[in-house]
Ligand binder design. Structure first.
Ligand code: TRP
Length: 413
């Protein structure tokens, strides 16, 4: 259950309360993520609490068999660690049928950070290996309702952030991106109304922690995040078909929305969406909180220069190394709390090199400075390449991705 108090208060007060309370349990909901340990969230416990399933070896083997490819390292390394109904999706693939992908972003800041890319990188891989259409929802309405921001500003950010998302490399002929503010109407809105009529205030109170003083926009918003899961919301793509199954890659904090969606779907004659969930991307200061755009020093932004990246990693990335070189050589570093090592697990593709680093760092052979140098190089390259691709995404290209239109795929019956 969510904590009502936390939902209402600003991040500063929440931080204060948490310091005072000395967390004994991890907090994970769409607005707050706080671990009780600097090793990060206890994801096994979270799977139990949320009632999802672990992405296990058997599932990875099926991925491999059906795609003919080594599963993405996010899957192999447990960065995407949990799922709902993924076997149902793979059964369809096995039978030669199609599904579609749906993910989204709440555009609340100009500068996205590397953590924001994780679900999109995973989604691109899934789009490529399964050759399926993709819907991306920009929830400018959500950010307006929750944050102290002007509506115009949130709407503009939707288009700015779309450039960073497009720069991840989605196939335009198979991808539709939309802003809630500008798109909602027609069949989509009809589905919103159906969800609204079948979910009570009591239910959203229970799931999201709303209370009598929550603005009424918040109370109805979950219906808007729910309906892109239903193919009939996009008749220009799915030709009015109600039953094309949906797979949602997202960070696990978004799961409450989709628990609600899966609960209401059968009552409306829709299929439940399947999900794969990622872990959080840790803040530079340590894995007890996730990277947050509102805390500059916790984040590596997609707009950072090579020099800023180097400085931030060297200055802020929490180290599992020892205080002195002698002690470090003797006792070794702790990869389980070391943020630079955690980031390498996200972004270093070479499994062999990663394992080598783990061994050398844990044994004390490798020093923190050397570990950080390796990470800095990878981040600098990755972000420079992202900036290069983003530069070529013009307003005109954004317009094309965001135009309601038919996408290039066929549904086998
Ligand atoms: N609520 C999400 C956010 O604040 C945005 C979002 C909308 C989303 N639909 C989604 C995220 C589907 C993942 C999957 O970022």
């Amino acid at each position: 259950m969510m904590n009502n108090k936390i939902e209402k208060d600003g991040p500063k007060q929440v931080e204060q309360q948490q310091l005072e309370q000395q967390l004994t349990e991890d907090i994970v909901d769409p607005w707050n993520v706080q671990a009780s340990s600097n090793k990060g969230i206890d994801y096994d416990k979270l799977i139990d609490r949320f009632g999802s399933s672990r992405i296990d070896d058997a599932l990875l083997e099926r991925f491999e068999k059906l795609t003919g490819q080594n599963p993405h390292h996010f899957l192999r390394r447990g960065i995407f660690f949990s799922h709902r109904d993924m076997h149902r999706i793979l059964n369809l693939v096995e039978a030669g049928k199609k599904f579609f992908l749906y993910t989204g972003r709440g555009p609340s800041s100009d500068s996205m950070h590397v953590g924001h890319l994780i679900p999109f990188i995973m989604t691109k891989w899934l789009q490529d290996v399964f050759d399926v259409p993709l819907i991306i929802q920009m929830t400018d309405d959500e950010k307006y309702l929750w944050k102290d921001l002007k509506l115009e500003h949130c709407n503009n950010l939707a288009y700015e952030n779309a450039k960073d998302i497009i720069a991840v490399g989605f196939d335009m002929s198979k991808t539709f991106i939309f802003s809630d503010v500008d798109f909602i109407g027609g069949e989509f809105y009809k589905n919103v109304l159906k969800v609204q009529k079948h979910v009570t205030f009591n239910q959203v109170k229970g799931i999201f922690g709303f209370d009598e003083s929550s603005n009424i926009g918040k109370i109805m918003f979950p219906a808007i995040q729910a309906v892109p899961s239903f193919s009939s919301s996009f008749p220009f793509i799915f030709g009015g078909k109600k039953d094309i199954p949906c797979l949602i890659p997202c960070a696990i904090d978004q799961d409450p929305y989709f628990r609600m969606t899966r609960d209401v779907a059968p009552r409306l004659g829709f299929q439940k969406p399947a999900l794969i969930h990622s872990t959080f991307f840790p803040a530079l200061q340590g894995a007890s909180s996730k990277m947050s755009a509102s805390d500059e020093n916790s984040s590596i932004f997609l707009t950072d220069t090579a020099n800023q990246i180097k400085k931030k990693v060297n200055k802020y990335a929490f180290s599992g190394g020892k205080d002195t070189v002698e002690e470090h050589r003797e006792k070794g570093g702790d990869c389980e709390v070391d943020v630079s090592f955690m980031y390498l697990r996200f972004f270093m593709e070479d499994d062999g090199r990663l394992e080598e680093i783990r061994q050398q760092y844990s044994s004390g052979q490798m020093l923190t400075g050397e570990l950080k140098a390796e990470l800095i190089q990878i981040l600098q390259k990755m972000i420079a390449e992202h900036q290069e691709r983003r530069k070529s995404v013009t307003d005109e290209i954004v317009k094309q991705y965001m135009m309601p239109r038919a996408l290039n795929f066929t549904i086998k019956k």
